[in-house]
Design a protein around this ligand. Structure first.
Ligand SMILES: C[S@@+](CC[C@H](N)C(=O)[O-])C[C@H]1O[C@@H](n2cnc3c(N)ncnc32)[C@H](O)[C@@H]1O
Length: 299
């Protein structure tokens, strides 16, 4: 699902190849993470080329700041939700960019740190907030949302056992609140047939809850819309998705922009990782990169 693991950015060479059209331009990395894609882009730029990067998670912004320190003043790291990228860019006095990348989801560090509550395998509090000041937590959804709302949330990510899982959650929480990721994972394991499954039976439920906690689809829609007016003619927007729901949002948004005539496709079919990359990083398997380019006047 949506993940960046270790320090290995997904499809870094393709990203740099497809995104950089002006070596002296200003680029936006809307999801800095550990800064791997930002580095790949910066290494393609000339001495005047710059990158502005956002991460909603203050901890990740701090990692990126450290990891990209060798680029000095050519990099600006901002802690911000990309849904508010217009305000973040304007505060920096940036009116336009030559390209913008969104690498969706959360990072390996989020999964590896049990206290953040993203992991099925490491027990931690049911949290899942990318930004810890977000008022909504996974615990609030699991313990307070009505049965129908939980069932719908899980069903729309394609979980075929949504009824069984939601019933099991509601039965358990009547006795005592469900407080940890481990408890939730066990409730799901006991509620559904697990034989023959390639992934953990709680994978889709965890994804659904994470997406809801962080308003991921809403942020994505707003981020792509807002960045459109900042990208210069000839500049590009690229989005890496990791599951079909977010990919559908990107595909439909790009299709509409192309139809309206302001943008051209760069990737007619989404770019995917090489066999070599998927063999080395099995989590890159589901990655898809879509890129469009803003039409230049008179062309
Ligand atoms: C898949 S990782 C990005 C990895 C990065 N490209 C790299 O090379 O290391 C996604 C990152 O986006 C951040 N993120 C998720 N939603 C965000 C949002 N709405 N606004 C800004 N950052 C967000 C996460 O905190 C995470 O660090």
């Amino acid at each position: 699902m949506s993940e960046c693991y270790g320090h290995e950015p997904v499809m870094a060479v393709q990203v740099a190849d497809l995104m950089v059209t002006d070596r002296e331009g200003v680029y936006l990395d809307a999801t800095l993470g550990m800064g791997g894609h930002a580095r790949a882009v910066l290494e393609r730029l000339g001495p005047k080329g710059r990158l502005v990067g956002l991460d909603w998670d203050p901890e990740m912004a701090a990692h990126a700041r450290r990891n990209l320190a060798d680029f000095g003043s050519r990099v600006t790291v901002i802690e911000s939700n990309f849904a508010n990228l217009d305000e973040a860019l304007r505060r920096e006095g940036i009116e336009s960019v030559s390209g913008a990348l969104f690498d969706l989801g959360v990072s390996s560090l989020h999964f590896d740190k049990p206290s953040r509550g993203f992991s099925i395998r490491h027990d931690g509090p049911l949290d899942m907030r990318i930004n810890p000041s977000n008022p909504l937590t996974a615990a609030a959804i699991i313990n307070q949302w009505p049965y129908e709302q939980i069932e719908h949330l899980i069903r729309v990510v394609g979980e075929r056992w949504s009824t069984r899982i939601s019933r099991a959650i509601v039965q358990k929480r009547e006795k005592k609140p469900i407080e940890t990721t481990g408890e939730l994972a066990r409730i799901i394991e006991n509620a559904v047939p697990v034989r023959g499954l390639k992934t953990h039976p709680a994978t889709r439920t965890f994804l659904a809850v994470r997406v809801a906690v962080n308003y991921e689809f809403d942020n994505l829609t707003r981020g792509m819309q807002k960045v459109s007016s900042f990208i210069r003619p000839g500049g590009r927007m690229g989005v890496i998705t990791f599951h079909s729901l977010e990919d559908r949002i990107v595909k439909e948004t790009f299709r509409l922009k192309i139809k309206l005539g302001d943008w051209n496709p760069v990737t007619r079919k989404p770019a995917v990782p090489s066999d070599e990359e998927t063999a080395a990083n099995r989590r890159a398997r589901s990655a898809k990169l879509r890129v469009i380019e803003k039409v230049e006047e008179g062309k």
